[in-house]
Ligand binder design. Structure first.
Ligand SMILES: *Cc1c(COP(=O)(O)O)cnc(C)c1O
Length: 418
């Protein structure tokens, strides 16, 4: 199996999965996509657990790759937590938040960390991962890379601009993970990372952002698992509704569908950031600055994975044939969290609330899954006042919050990182 750039012409080079994972971005600046989509392998089974089903759906992408023989081990270690449905008569919720930082990004970050560790050991090389974060990504990456050999991580976040619980997830580390509290904005943090990458004096730097193939492939794998499991339970192919920002999670679902996963259609749920909803309406794609919302992990005005969706659906008519999307305001997010809780006692986070709203308003089919992207306890500031009670913190998150918080406070100058 080979991977090409979204910007490749017919005689451009192709890459193995391992090379694509270590490179992050294709040499021409495009994103890596498979040359063609494999089918779900013969003998695919749900009987050995979610991690094993995910392993089987990843295997064809690693055929002939240097990690092929280690993939089973990588998956067993990376996906060592449950992937349950909250069942509700076919209008179910897939809870992707049982990893160490209680959000779906744990799947991708852990798979990437375990894969990179093995690749670097074979090459006897070391890498330093730089992450600028305004919230969830930094925590997932720090947790996944903590204590992985041949790797170190520098997490940059804007001082005073992340929630206290988020801050603890960014700073509760030691050893190979260092946290930097930057006197500046998130944009300053991102600029520092970009400048460090461009500095010819610095080498051995890499990123772990959501465009890396090693983060995307696991998101494809849990859709193969979940849709197959749903079909086994109900005998139907679900509509899947995905709360989306950078559309990496949704791209995983489209890739799963290309492989033949039993998914009837895919619907994107956005917050007030509307680059995709507007594209569907007007036929003109216009990235723009993001606006702040309660579903802050989806505050994206220029989705970084959109190039992968355009590669699958190159013009507006093919895009419209496969992609639907709707946008949900903060006011409606609040109302939906409350409505769902009052109806059934089920507590959802603001991102998941966007998905649930879109299902209630726009999905007429009786068979659907809303993807729950984070545990509601991560967004207690918003959720608890709406439902009038506290939300218990999951054990994994509690563990991180007990660790001593360590961060170096620095000015917004990348030289201070080294
Ligand atoms: C990152 C994130 C999203 C958005 O996922 P994309 O792949 O960027 O579309 C949604 N919800 C939560 C909780 C997230 O952390």
């Amino acid at each position: 199996m080979r991977f090409i750039s979204t910007r490749a012409d017919s005689n451009a080079p192709s890459f193995s999965a391992s090379d694509a994972i270590l490179k992050g971005l294709a040499p021409d600046g495009g994103l890596f996509v498979p040359e063609s989509f494999p089918r779900i392998p013969q003998g695919f089974t749900l009987a050995k657990g979610a991690w094993y089903a995910m392993y089987q759906s990843l295997l064809p992408y690693f055929e002939g790759d240097e990690l092929e023989g280690e993939l089973e081990d990588i998956c067993r270690n990376a996906f060592n937590f449950p992937v349950p449905f909250h069942r509700n008569g076919g209008r179910d919720t897939l809870e992707l938040y049982f990893g160490p930082t209680a959000a779906f990004k744990d799947f991708g970050a852990r798979f990437l960390a375990f894969s990179m560790e093995r690749l670097l050991a074979k090459r006897n090389e070391d890498l330093t991962i730089l992450v600028a974060t305004s919230g969830d990504t930094g925590g997932a990456v720090a947790s996944a890379f903590h204590n992985r050999s041949h790797l170190s991580v520098k997490v940059l976040f804007p001082k005073g601009r992340v929630a206290e619980r988020q801050r603890r997830q960014l700073t509760g580390w030691d050893g190979n993970v260092s946290s930097y509290e930057v006197e500046g904005s998130f944009d300053d943090c991102q600029r520092m990372v970009k400048e460090a990458f461009m500095d010819p004096e610095l080498s051995g730097l890499s990123s772990a952002n959501s465009i890396n193939l090693g983060r995307l492939l696991p998101q494809m794998a849990y859709y193969v698992y979940a849709s197959s499991m749903y079909r086994l339970i109900y005998g139907e192919d679900p509509v899947i509704v995905i709360p989306s920002g950078n559309v990496g999670n949704a791209t995983g679902a489209y890739w799963a569908k290309e492989m033949g996963a039993p998914i009837s259609r895919i619907v994107l749920a956005a917050n007030a950031n509307r680059p995709i909803t507007d594209y569907l309406e007007t036929g003109k794609y216009e990235p723009r600055p993001s606006v702040m919302t309660l579903a802050n992990a989806m505050d994206v005005g220029a989705p970084s994975n959109i190039e992968r969706l355009f590669h699958l659906f190159p013009d507006i008519s093919s895009f419209r044939a496969s992609v639907s999307a709707a946008s949900v305001s903060d006011e409606v997010i609040r109302a939906t969290i409350k409505e769902v809780y009052e109806e059934s006692g089920y507590v959802i986070c603001p991102h998941t609330a966007c998905g649930e709203r879109v299902r209630r308003d726009l999905v007429s089919e009786p068979w659907s899954i809303v993807v729950s992207t984070a545990h509601p306890a991560k967004f207690n500031d918003t959720v608890e006042s709406l439902i009038g009670r506290t939300v218990a913190i999951p054990e994994s998150l509690y563990g991180i919050m007990q660790r001593p918080s360590v961060a170096k406070s620095i000015a917004a100058d990348y030289h201070l990182l080294f």
